[in-house]
Design a protein around this ligand. Structure first.
Ligand code: UT7
Length: 334
């Protein structure tokens, strides 16, 4: 019988965009009861970038996609699928932000859809792209994580507003039929819905539609049980990374870099400490961007590559957690 080889699913390029408006902790402390010292010591965040008023998630996504195309050997004509992971779509319900991005990029008659998995959305999306490529539905996919979290933050709530930022990152996920070591090698995805209330936006969905009744800003912005999410995050970042290495017969010596979701430097360092992973093998850029949810990992990948810390052939782990509560990790040879 003829042996069929499974094609490799590679990341051909990664691009990103963060809006130019940079808001430092000190600037935020002028309007909210907080301080640079508190934010830095509890999260590692120094600043966040915020989109302009008229700028929507799709606008950030398009810029990240074009950056990724620029950095690849492909053109827009090669793209035959768009997936966007976002918690802040341009419109609630429909249309998907991916369809708006498709229109803005001038791409016709290709599938486009959104994935909702909180801050783990980029990792879920890579796996959705991989599955769709293997099914034959797509060949070169724009897998975009994009967020305008400033649109769902209560700027008077110091428990949440200091944590988040806006931005977008895009990976071009491609099918390679020729032999290569590169590609997505293994992925773990999980969800624990028992924690769905720990990180949510209360109203505006079918559970509690917004009609003529008065809307309290707290009902349409992020509410969070920070401690519960913190504990889940430390546990899952560690567990996912460990499982990915163990089930592939690898140790940290075989991994060039771990790129975790950038939510809180304390979470990242606590998880790394538990696994005895050296600091220099964990990429952190939260100081400049804060938590950009589904965009944080592709923005980090782009930063790391630009700084020379990520080269073709490197074996990396991307790992994250988020609302749902979801978590996931992927081992990739870049
Ligand atoms: O992508 C997933 C998104 N979410 C997360 O990753 C969140 C995970 N959780 C966390 O990162 C941490 O739990 C936080 C950074 C949110 C909070 O840190 P914490 O060490 O767990 O602080 P806490 O919630 O226990 O609050 C300690 C104190 C409280 O004051 P009292 O009650 O002790 O007087 C808060 O009111 O810190 C106060 N506080 C602040 N003070 C100044 C909370 N936020 C602020 C603030 N500035 N921005």
């Amino acid at each position: 019988m003829e042996q069929k080889t499974i094609p490799h699913i590679t990341i051909e390029a990664v691009g990103s965009f963060v809006p130019p408006r940079r808001v430092t902790n000190d600037e935020l402390a002028q309007t909210v009861d907080t301080s640079d010292e508190w934010i830095r010591s509890h999260t590692g965040i120094g600043a966040r970038h915020l989109a302009a008023d008229g700028q929507a998630t799709s606008d950030l996504a398009v810029k990240a996609a074009l950056d990724a195309i620029d950095r690849s050997d492909l053109t827009l004509d090669d793209i035959d699928g768009i997936i966007i992971a976002t918690a802040t779509p341009d419109h609630v319900g429909f249309p998907s932000t991916a369809c708006i991005v498709q229109e803005k990029l001038g791409l016709k008659n290709i599938p486009a859809m959104d994935v909702v998995a909180g801050c783990t959305g980029f990792i879920y999306g890579i796996e959705v792209a991989r599955g769709m490529i293997l099914s034959g539905a797509m060949t070169n996919v724009l897998m975009i994580g994009a967020e305008k979290l400033s649109s769902i933050v209560d700027w008077n709530d110091r428990n949440t507003c200091v944590l988040f930022g806006d931005g977008a990152g895009c990976a071009i996920v491609s099918r390679k039929d020729e032999p290569t070591e590169r590609g997505v090698q293994d992925t773990i995805l999980q969800a624990d819905g028992s924690g769905y209330e720990y990180l949510m936006v209360n109203r505006g969905g079918s559970r509690s539609p917004i009609r003529e009744d008065g809307v309290d800003i707290k009902d349409v912005t992020i509410t969070m049980d920070g401690r519960k999410v913190y504990n889940f995050a430390v546990k899952q970042l560690g567990a996912m990374t460990k499982d990915l290495m163990e089930r592939n017969g690898l140790t940290i010596d075989d991994i060039d870099m771990i790129i975790p979701h950038q939510a809180n430097d304390r979470i990242i360092q606590a998880a790394a400490k538990r696994l005895k992973i050296p600091k220099e093998k964990v990429f952190v850029n939260i100081e400049d961007f804060a938590n950009t949810s589904a965009a944080s990992i592709p923005i980090a990948l782009r930063n790391l590559e630009e700084s020379g810390g990520l080269k073709k052939g490197d074996r990396i782990i991307i790992v994250g957690f988020g609302a749902g509560l979801t978590s996931g990790g992927s081992m990739i040879v870049w």
